[in-house]
Design a binder for this molecule. Structure first.
Ligand SMILES: NC(=O)c1ccc[n+]([C@@H]2O[C@H](COP(=O)([O-])OP(=O)(O)OC[C@H]3O[C@@H](n4cnc5c(N)ncnc54)[C@H](OP(=O)(O)O)[C@@H]3O)[C@@H](O)[C@H]2O)c1
Length: 300
């Protein structure tokens, strides 16, 4: 495969995310000018997890770049569940905060479910609250988890109407696999959800016209598992040894082998990853509009 043909197969999530962030910035500016409302996103980090610190810093920077207010709250690793719940309740009551994100994972003494349950569903820009999961599953207006929302946007940008396409979602987590499957059902795909108990995984994958990999296993999906002409969205972010004492990120799909079969494929990094924060900003604008009863900006 030559360079031009290879480039044509790559779905550039980084470029799409930059365009989405620009549209979010325009929407923020329009809302602020017309209604005097500045969307605000509060991000809560508990502890010192280095990866989480990087995510939180990037989220805060991109929030400010989009013209929104960014509120950062840090609690020590030793914080109790009660302390975190009290902070969430304060943010729920704060009119300047339209979106709340509590960075996961949390220290062992804090139950994630208790914290997610405490977030006002109207401000739940991660879309993890059972109310939002239920609204999505019943086809009503929900705040949708950012990573699967980003995958759907990339698919629609690449393929247009998805109706009737055979989709396989590999992984059934609450934050990626399940909401991804719901979004694809809503888009009228024929959806299969595969997981660690699935029989004949290569065969299931090969039948799919859309293949979403969200397993967290480096390069598990092999080239010959990908049907010819399929569109592959690789959600996986896995750090592997690159030799020389260095490490690098790879996806759940063997990219170099799969690109020979797929019509389109997201790279790692530069595919789904950048879409997640862009969709978080998008969700914060949606949440702001709904909380203030404002019309949704046209091109969001
Ligand atoms: N791009 C982003 O911004 C972003 C956001 C979130 C996650 N991620 C990445 O996406 C990946 C998945 O994340 P997650 O949170 O959904 O992971 P998770 O909660 O660990 O779920 C993994 C899923 O994969 C399935 N699985 C594991 N091993 C398997 C195997 N050998 N065969 C078939 N299925 C298998 C599991 O099946 P069972 O249910 O049967 O155990 C489970 O449903 C990770 O690499 C994560 O880092 C990326």
């Amino acid at each position: 495969m030559n360079d031009a043909s290879r480039a044509a197969h790559i779905i550039d999530g980084k470029a799409f995310a930059a365009r989405l962030r620009a549209r979010v910035g325009e929407a923020v500016s329009a809302i602020t000018t017309a209604h005097g409302v500045v969307p605000g996103l509060a991000v809560v980090l508990v502890g010192e997890n280095p990866a989480s610190q990087v995510y939180v810093r990037n989220k805060a920077r991109q929030t400010r770049e989009a013209g929104m207010q960014s509120f950062e709250h840090r609690l020590p690793d030793s914080a109790s569940e009660d302390e975190l719940l009290a902070l969430v309740r304060r943010l729920n009551a704060d009119a300047a905060v339209h979106g709340i994100l509590v960075q996961l994972p949390l220290p062992a003494q804090i139950r994630e479910a208790a914290v997610i349950d405490a977030i006002d569903p109207a401000k739940d820009v991660d879309g993890f609250h059972v109310s939002n999961a239920g609204l999505l599953a019943t086809g009503r207006d929900a705040l949708v988890p950012c990573t699967p929302l980003g995958c759907l946007m990339l698919l629609e940008d690449r393929l247009g109407d998805l109706s009737g396409l055979r989709a396989l979602v590999l992984g059934r987590s609450n934050i990626v696999g399940k909401p991804m499957a719901q979004l694809l059902i809503r888009s009228s795909c024929t959806v299969t959800v595969a997981h660690s108990r699935t029989r004949d995984l290569p065969g299931e994958c090969r039948r799919a016209e859309i293949l979403i990999a969200a397993v967290g296993r480096p390069r598990m999906v092999q080239g010959e598992w990908v049907g010819d002409g399929a569109t592959v969205i690789d959600v996986g972010i896995n750090r592997v040894d690159a030799g020389n004492g260095k490490s690098r990120l790879v996806g759940d799909v063997d990219f170099d082998a799969a690109i020979g079969h797929a019509a389109g494929i997201t790279p790692v990094p530069g595919g789904v990853g950048p879409m997640t924060i862009a969709c978080l900003l998008h969700n914060t604008v949606l949440a702001t509009c709904r909380q203030h009863g404002l019309p949704l900006p046209a091109r969001l």
